[in-house]
Design a protein around this ligand. Structure first.
Ligand SMILES: Nc1ncnc2c1ncn2[C@@H]1O[C@H](COP(=O)(O)OP(=O)(O)OP(=O)(O)O)[C@@H](O)[C@H]1O
Ligand SMILES: CCCC(=O)O
Length: 354
């Protein structure tokens, strides 16, 4: 069985060619802002990105017709249980209209659908950003009209959680884990016997990341919003794209921040320590969600390559449980495996409904 996996990010599209579990090749395609910024809506980028995917397939000597399915990262949908979903006309229209918000991951299903249509094979998405397995008690925010929403790096967190459980000689459904995705955004989730029963919303709660604010002092935020200085769009940009480490240091690249620390920059040190401090605090909070019964803490994502960050977090949380560091992401494999489970009849693809 051959599966084409597509993972669109805000500045790049990763694609990978899988023959069963084996990745034959993987390629990142960069999208310069001069090319991306001409589209007013994320969903409108699909033809532009598909053309680049087809060019890459040609360069690799791989024909689109070889694939039995196309699978993409799933986006900002309504809250749903984890697993593999068929992308049909209904779902592709929802991803295109983006009522749940504009996000590059919406393109995963759209691109998979259109490529699948060309060669008459099914298109899927796996563990979208809005996977929601939260306990009822976790949904309360303190204001009934503002329920907490589960928006996270579910795809990578579940894939890494399954891998670590396997390494422990157990099934994902038999362990309690706190999984921390340290990427452009940060998700910290307690996985209780195979279910992600809580998670900070990676777009607007929890630790600040290299580009996002995380939880903010609400009173001051309201004052800022009504100060007349910023439009709604500008405030959202501050929160989602120009907050966190970027707001303090003017860079989203943790490697650059680390180099500055080595050169004696005390502000860079404080800001990176602050990020780790907040991550550790969130892990502590999620340990209480599991009533202290934590088999492992897992650090994953791009920032887990950083010795400084890993050391800072571990020194605060190692009293809770053993910490496993699994840097980078397993998203492409997770996408391929999700499609393969369905193609082999091991799992039935779910249908997205209104
Ligand atoms: N070897 C490394 N050492 C330190 N930091 C690193 C290293 N490699 C990547 N990073 C940092 O990881 C961050 C990006 O992480 P990652 O690539 O997981 O994010 P992303 O895929 O862009 O976003 P997301 O994970 O939220 O979808 C950047 O700040 C980058 O500088
Ligand atoms: C919304 C969380 C997922 C991401 O930032 O990619």
């Amino acid at each position: 069985m051959k599966v084409l996996a597509i993972n669109p990010g805000s500045t790049s599209t990763k694609i990978a060619d899988y023959e069963n579990e084996t990745c034959l090749w993987k390629q990142g395609i960069d999208h310069p802002s001069s090319e991306i910024n001409v589209f007013s809506r994320v969903g409108d980028q699909y033809e532009y990105r598909i053309a680049l995917v087809l060019k890459t397939l040609e360069e690799k000597g791989t024909s689109l017709e070889e694939f039995d399915a196309v699978v993409g990262r799933g986006g900002m949908l309504k809250p749903l249980v984890g697993g593999t979903y068929l992308v049909d006309d209904y779902l592709v229209n929802i991803l295109q209209d983006a009522p749940g918000g504009e996000h590059a991951s919406n393109l995963g299903g759209i691109m998979a659908y259109h490529l699948g249509q060309r060669i008459h094979v099914p298109a899927y998405i796996v563990d979208p950003v809005t996977v929601d397995e939260m306990d009822p008690v976790a949904r309360l925010s303190g204001l009934p009209e503002l329920p907490r929403l589960s928006q996270s790096h579910a795809l990578n967190m579940k894939a890494v959680a399954r891998k670590v459980a396997h390494q422990m000689g157990k099934a994902y459904q038999d362990v309690n884990l706190i999984v921390v995705h340290l990427g452009g955004g940060i998700s910290v989730a307690p996985h209780c016997k195979g279910k992600m029963i809580d998670v900070n919303n990676a777009n607007n709660e929890g630790p600040y990341s290299v580009e996002r604010c995380g939880t903010l002092p609400v009173y001051q935020l309201v004052k800022l919003c009504y100060s007349g200085k910023y439009s709604e769009k500008e405030v959202l940009t501050k929160i989602l794209k120009e907050g966190g480490m970027f707001a303090y240091l003017g860079t989203k690249d943790a490697r650059e921040a680390e180099e500055r620390i080595l050169k004696g920059d005390l502000t860079a040190k404080l800001v990176l320590e602050g990020l780790c401090y907040q991550v550790a605090k969130e892990i502590g909070a999620m340990a209480t969600v599991l009533a202290g019964e934590v088999d492992r803490i897992i650090l994953t994502g791009g920032l887990a390559y950083s010795e400084f960050i890993v050391r800072e977090i571990i020194q605060r949380v190692s009293f809770i449980a053993q910490v496993i560091v699994s840097p980078g992401e397993e998203e492409m494999t997770a996408l391929a495996l999700g499609a393969l489970r369905v193609l082999r009849g091991e799992e039935k693809a779910m249908t997205y409904e209104a």
